[in-house]
Write a protein that binds this ligand. Structure first.
Ligand SMILES: CC(=O)N[C@H]1[C@@H](OP(=O)(O)OP(=O)(O)OC[C@H]2O[C@@H](n3ccc(=O)[nH]c3=O)[C@H](O)[C@@H]2O)O[C@H](CO)[C@@H](O)[C@@H]1O
Length: 403
C-alpha cells in the first residue's frame, strides 16, 4: 500500500497513521485500498473531456406532440403494463445549495399538512400505476453512503407512502476522493479520506453492480426512466413520454423545457459532432448563451429537466467505462498538516463526477421531447428566490395540489 501511495504521490494520507487506534487504522487502509487512484491523473494532465463540435438542436415541440397524444399514451401505457419500464430515482446528492443536511427527499414541502418530496414523487408514480389498472412499476432508488440509512428508514417509517414495497429497491452509489488543486487527496479527519458521491452518472454502473436488473422479477425491463429527486412536478413513467420515445425508435428520450432566462441552471440540449448531446450549465460558454437563431431567439434554448428514458440494451452496449469525468471546483473541508480542521469559504480543490447527461451523447440518437414547464418543472435547489421551496409550493398550488 505504501508503494501504491508513493506511486501516486499520496504518502501524506498516512501522516497521522501512528496516532490512530486499531479500528481507525483499518478503516483508513480500507479506504485507500478502495480508491481508484487512476482518476487523479486527470488533474495533472488536465485531460478533462473536451466537447466536440456543438450546434443547436430541434425538439419535438409541444404543438407537434399534441396531434399524436392519444397514440403515444396508448403505446406508453401498454409498454408499462407489460412491465417493460422501471424507474430510477437519483437521490444520492448532498443538497448543499439548499443548506439541508438530511436527504433532500425528506424535505417537508407541505404548508397545511406534512408532504415530503419523496411522498410527492411516490404520489406521482401512483398516478401511472392507477392509469395502468394496477401494474406496479419497479422503483430503484440511488442513495449514497452519506444518506442511505436515513433514506431507507424514512421510507420504512412512512410505510413507503402506500407504494408496494416489493417494488422499491435501494442501491448505493460509489464515492470518489476530493483533492487539492495539485491533485493531493484531502484528509477529512486524521483517519478518514475526504470523499464524496461520484456524481449522478454513477447510477448505471452501481445498479449493475448490485445485480438488480439480473433478478428474475426484473427480467422484462427494457426501458429505464431516470429522474431527479428535487422536482415536485416530476412525472415518472409518464405514458406520453414513454410512448413517444418507443414510437420514435430512438434508444433514449429526454424531456426539455424552454429556458426561462439565459443563465438558468439547467443543462442545455444541443448536437455534438452531429449527435444529440447536453452541455451542463456550468460548462456553457458565453457564446452558447448569447447565440441567436435566424429569428433572433436564443439558439440554445432547450433545457433538460433531468427526466430521461433509456433503452437498457443500449446502455449495456455503450456506457460501461465510457463516461467522461468532470473535474469540479468545490469547497472541501479538511485537516491541515498540523491536524487542524479547516472549513474553506472559497473553493480549495476538486471533486470528480460523472454526469447522467453525458449518457445521451453515447447513445445513437435521442428524442428531444418538449414539455410544458408550468406542468412539469418546479425544482427545489435554493434556500430562497428562484427554484426554492417557495416557488415549488406556488407551482404545486397552481397545479391544483392540496398542500
Ligand atoms: C448533472 C445533472 O444531471 N445536472 C442536472 C441537474 O442539475 P443540478 O445542479 O440540480 O444537479 P444535482 O447535482 O443537484 O443533482 C441532480 C440529481 O442527481 C442526484 N445526484 C447528484 C449527485 C450525485 O453524486 N448523486 C446523485 O444521485 C441528486 O440527488 C439529484 O436528484 O438538474 C437540472 C434540472 O433541475 C438539469 O438541468 C441539470 O442538467
Amino acid at each position: 500500500m505504501i508503494q501504491k501511495l508513493e506511486d501516486y504521490g499520496q504518502q501524506h494520507l498516512l501522516r497521522f497513521y501512528e496516532e490512530l487506534g486499531k479500528e481507525q487504522k483499518e478503516k483508513l487502509l480500507k479506504q485507500i485500498e478502495e480508491i481508484d487512484f487512476g482518476i487523479l491523473s486527470l488533474v495533472k494532465s488536465n485531460s478533462e473531456h473536451k466537447k466536440g463540435k456543438i450546434e443547436p438542436i430541434e425538439a419535438l415541440k409541444i404543438d407537434e406532440i399534441a396531434p399524436n397524444r392519444v397514440k403515444y399514451y396508448q403505446t406508453g401505457l401498454h409498454t408499462i403494463q407489460e412491465g417493460r419500464v422501471a424507474c430510477v430515482l437519483l437521490a444520492g446528492g448532498q443538497g448543499t445549495r439548499l443548506g439541508f443536511d438530511k436527504p433532500k427527499g425528506t424535505l417537508n414541502v407541505g404548508i397545511d399538512r406534512e408532504l415530503y418530496l419523496f411522498e410527492i414523487l411516490i404520489e406521482n408514480l401512483m398516478e401511472t400505476v392507477r392509469a395502468t389498472g394496477g401494474t406496479w412499476i419497479h422503483l430503484f432508488v440511488m442513495t449514497s453512503d452519506i444518506n442511505n440509512d436515513d433514506t431507507v428508514s424514512f421510507f420504512e417509517e412512512n410505510e413507503y407512502f402506500g407504494y408496494n414495497r416489493d417494488y422499491v429497491t435501494f442501491f448505493i452509489q460509489e464515492m470518489t476522493p476530493a483533492v487539492d488543486f495539485e491533485g493531493k487527496i484531502y484528509l477529512e479527519e486524521k483517519g478518514k479520506i475526504a470523499v464524496s458521491p461520484n456524481g449522478n452518472g454513477g447510477w448505471f454502473t452501481s445498479l449493475k453492480k448490485y445485480g438488480i436488473l439480473d433478478r428474475k422479477e426484473c427480467s422484462g425491463i427494457e426501458w429505464l426512466n431516470v429522474f431527479s429527486v428535487d422536482n415536485v412536478l416530476q412525472k415518472m413513467a409518464d405514458p406520453y413520454f414513454v410512448g413517444a420515445t418507443v414510437e420514435s425508435g430512438y434508444p433514449c428520450g429526454s424531456k426539455v423545457i424552454k429556458k426561462a432566462y439565459p443563465d438558468e441552471k439547467v443543462g442545455v440540449m444541443c448536437k455534438e459532432n452531429g449527435k444529440p448531446s447536453i452541455v451542463e450549465y456550468y460548462e456553457l460558454t458565453p457564446e452558447m448563451i448569447s447565440e441567436k437563431d435566424p429569428s433572433g431567439n436564443p439558439a440554445y434554448n432547450y433545457g433538460v429537466i433531468l427526466n430521461y428514458l433509456f433503452r437498457l440494451k443500449d446502455l449495456d452496449d455503450k456506457v460501461n467505462k465510457n463516461l467522461p469525468v468532470h473535474i469540479v471546483e468545490k469547497k472541501i473541508p479538511y485537516i491541515d498538516e498540523s491536524g487542524t480542521q479547516v472549513r474553506p469559504d472559497v473553493p480549495n480543490g476538486y471533486k470528480f463526477e460523472t454526469l447522467v447527461l453525458d449518457m445521451i451523447n453515447l447513445m445513437d440518437d435521442c428524442l428531444v421531447y418538449e414539455v410544458v414547464r408550468e406542468e412539469e418543472f418546479a425544482p427545489i435547489k435554493n434556500k430562497e428566490g428562484q427554484d426554492s421551496l417557495d416557488t415549488a409550493r406556488k407551482m404545486l398550488i397552481q397545479n391544483g395540489k392540496n398542500i
